[in-house]
Every structure is written in structure tokens, then in C-alpha cells.
Ligand binder design. Structure first.
Ligand code: GLN
Length: 385
């Protein structure tokens, strides 16, 4: 008889610890500047912190209603109406979650059955594929061109079978910083029309979009909206990723399924923060300037980087910038990222971990959601390499 430990079979034998945990852990251990995991190094608005404090003092410290407090769901519905002229019923179509990742996990778990195929574009945020595998689904990966990151919709069409149950899109895209165009969305809409394929549209960076481009939310396209779980994040928008707050908007019949899992996954998200956000979200100035705010940071950083040996195309959205180091070394991106952290005291993310078969294109991702002081220090280090 094998020992108990030896007879145990992992459900996810191939899945390593998330690169975000690895690189942030290494950055802390090595006391390195942390531009790896995506989070701001500056404070969120004192007004918002005060609203959370007030909610706690006022006693909102027990469970919130399972789908989230109604006033916050209502404020979100108003935002959809204002920004995208579309209606979501706050009662039946919006659920407050413990961040974007939980919302993605819940949407996949609630809908994907054994053998269902889910089309995922690589490089992909690292939670999509393991979640599909965990529920017995089959991730169908499409590697995007490592420079343009453009989706070839003809190729996608050729991958659709009777087993295709879901496609996951992400715009603005982590890690490439590319955004999907109106044309992309129309092609996707045509492709999915008259199918029973669901869509997860990961829009957590919806407000971080640059150079006067518009965010093409899936909710703007009726043939997409009817089949889509829109995933959003307050952490990215209000500079507090550690609060783990987000939401999912989806048609009522999909939301009903989503909530069946949500109630046993977290039951509800943080109550006092929901109370605070319900008030804070009403003022659109709190999110509409985010693109300008981060574009300044991108430009400040890239201006300092222009004489470095790294090559880059300015990011179109998100707070990430890709840097190609092929002129510096042919080391693997994982080794290079670790070396930079240990020897040069700057942590980044090697993007091969998000690629199909860990394709290594000699590219690192840096997060520029940082103070000018941090960005200056980072550029000084990177320009010496
Ligand atoms: N979304 C963040 C990033 O891409 C990290 C989230 C996480 O650590 N799981 O860096």
C-alpha cells in the first residue's frame, strides 16, 4: 500500500504558485523596488478611507446581503447607464464580489461543466486557465502574436466546436496593455450570434485607457451583453487592491447561476467598504480622470526610459508596460526577472508565465501605478542595465 501522502492525487498537478506571489515575495525578501504585482504605491483618497471608517463606526460590521448592498448595486447600475447607456437591473443583474479574481472564479465555476471548452487568449491573466481545469473544463489556448497581440477572429472561428461553451476576453489587456477595438467587438459579436457560447469580459482596467481611446465594454453590444459576465474591480479604480472589492454584471438568468456559487464561495463581500463605495461611486470625478492620471505616469516613466536598452511600445491601457530586453541578454525571462530582483533590486513580471507553453519572448512587465519618486528610481536602475 502506498502511504496516504503518496496516494494523494493533486487536482492541479501542473499549476505552480502564482507569479504575483513569487515576485512580490522575492521583492520583499530582497528589499527590491516592487514593480511586479500590479498595485499602486500611493494612498487612495482620504475621503474614501474616511467613509469606510465612518461605516465601521456606524456599525456596518456584520454580513452584507449576499448579492451586495442595494445602494451600491444601484450606484453601479447608474454608472452603466451614464457611461454606456445600458441598463442592468441592480436587483437581479449586479453582484458585489471580493475582487475581480473571485468574480471570474465564480462565473467559470457556475457555468462550465466537464469537457466544456473555453477559449482563452495568451498571454492571459493567470487565474483563467486553472479555474477552467478545476471544474473539468478544457482550456483552448490561442497564442496571440507577441508584438501586436491582435486577435485573429478567423482563427477563433476555426476553433469553435460544439463543445465551445465560453470565450474569455480582457480589455484593456493585462499584461500587454493593448485594447480591443470596436471592430474586434463587432467581429466577436458576429461570431457568437446564434450560438450558446458565453463570454467573460474582464474589464477590470476599464477606466485606465489612454490617448483618447474609448473602452469597448461588452455591454455596448447587444448580442454580446446577453451572454456576458462583465467583471469589474474597485481596487484598480480607487487605488486599494488590498480591499479585494469588485463586481459582476450579467443578465438575470446568468446572475442567478452566478449567485448560486457566490453564496457558498464568499457569501458576501466586505460590508463597511460597500457602504463607503455606495456614496463614493456616485461622484463620476472619482473615476473619469483615471486615464489621464495614469497616462501621465506612463509618459513620465517612458520618457525616463527612452535612452535605456529596453525596447517598448507605449501601453494603450492598464497600468502595465511591457519592456523587451532582447538587446541586453538572451537569458530566460524568469531568470532575468529573478536576477534583476536580487542583484539590481527591482522586481518585474516575466511574461512567459502567461504565454502558451511558456513562450519566452524576452519581455518583462512593469507596473507604473507608482509615485514619480518610485518611477524615477526604477528608471535609473533600468537605464543602467
Ligand atoms: N492583477 C494583478 C496583476 O496582474 C495581480 C493580482 C494578483 O496578485 N492576483 O499584477
Amino acid at each position: 500500500m502506498p502511504s496516504f501522502q503518496n496516494s494523494f492525487q493533486s487536482k492541479l498537478p501542473e499549476i505552480p504558485t502564482s507569479i504575483f506571489a513569487i515576485m512580490s515575495g522575492l521583492a520583499t525578501k530582497e528589499n527590491a523596488l516592487n514593480l511586479s504585482q500590479g498595485f499602486p504605491d500611493f494612498k487612495s483618497d482620504a475621503k474614501l478611507i474616511e467613509l469606510v471608517n465612518k461605516a465601521m463606526i456606524n456599525g456596518y460590521n456584520q454580513y452584507a446581503p449576499m448579492p451586495g448592498i442595494f445602494s451600491l448595486r444601484e450606484a453601479i447600475a447608474e454608472k452603466f447607464d451614464k457611461l454606456y447607456q445600458t441598463t442592468y437591473n441592480p436587483d437581479t443583474e449586479i453582484t458585489i464580489t471580493a475582487g475581480g479574481t473571485q468574480a471570474i472564479f465564480t462565473a467559470i465555476t457556475a457555468t462550465i461543466k466537464k469537457e466544456d471548452e473555453v477559449i482563452i487568449f495568451k498571454p492571459a491573466y493567470d487565474c483563467y486557465e486553472p479555474t477552467v481545469e478545476l471544474v473539468g473544463g478544457k482550456p483552448i489556448s490561442v497564442q496571440l502574436d507577441p508584438e501586436s497581440f491582435k486577435i485573429n477572429w478567423e482563427e477563433v472561428k476555426s476553433l469553435i466546436t460544439s463543445k465551445t461553451r465560453m470565450i474569455i476576453i480582457n480589455s484593456p489587456h493585462n499584461p500587454s496593455g493593448k485594447v480591443l477595438s470596436k471592430n474586434d467587438m463587432q467581429q466577436l459579436e458576429n461570431l457568437l450570434k446564434n450560438t450558446n457560447i458565453l463570454l467573460i469580459s474582464d474589464e477590470v482596467y476599464e477606466h485606465i485607457i489612454f490617448d483618447n481611446q474609448l473602452h469597448e465594454s461588452a455591454c455596448l453590444y447587444p448580442n454580446l451583453k446577453e451572454r456576458t459576465f462583465i467583471i469589474a474591480s474597485f481596487g484598480k479604480t480607487f487605488h486599494n487592491t488590498g480591499w479585494k472589492m469588485g463586481y459582476c454584471a450579467a443578465p438575470a438568468h446568468l446572475t442567478a447561476e452566478f449567485r448560486k456559487v457566490h453564496q457558498f464561495n464568499v457569501f458576501c463581500a466586505n460590508h463597511p467598504i460597500q457602504i463607503a463605495l455606495a456614496t463614493y461611486l456616485k461622484n463620476e470625478q472619482h473615476y473619469l480622470n483615471l486615464g489621464t492620471f495614469y497616462q501621465q505616469k506612463r509618459d513620465f516613466f517612458l520618457n525616463l526610459m527612452k535612452d535605456s536598452r529596453f525596447e517598448f511600445t507605449p501601453s494603450s491601457g492598464t497600468y502595465f508596460q511591457l519592456l523587451n530586453y532582447k538587446n541586453i541578454t538572451d537569458e530566460s525571462d524568469i531568470n532575468f526577472a529573478k536576477k534583476l530582483t536580487i542583484e539590481n533590486k527591482i522586481a518585474t513580471i516575466p511574461i512567459s508565465v502567461f504565454n502558451e507553453q511558456n513562450l519566452d519572448t524576452k519581455v518583462l512587465r512593469v507596473c507604473f501605478a507608482k509615485s514619480e519618486e518610485t518611477l524615477q528610481k526604477a528608471a535609473e536602475i533600468l537605464c543602467k542595465i
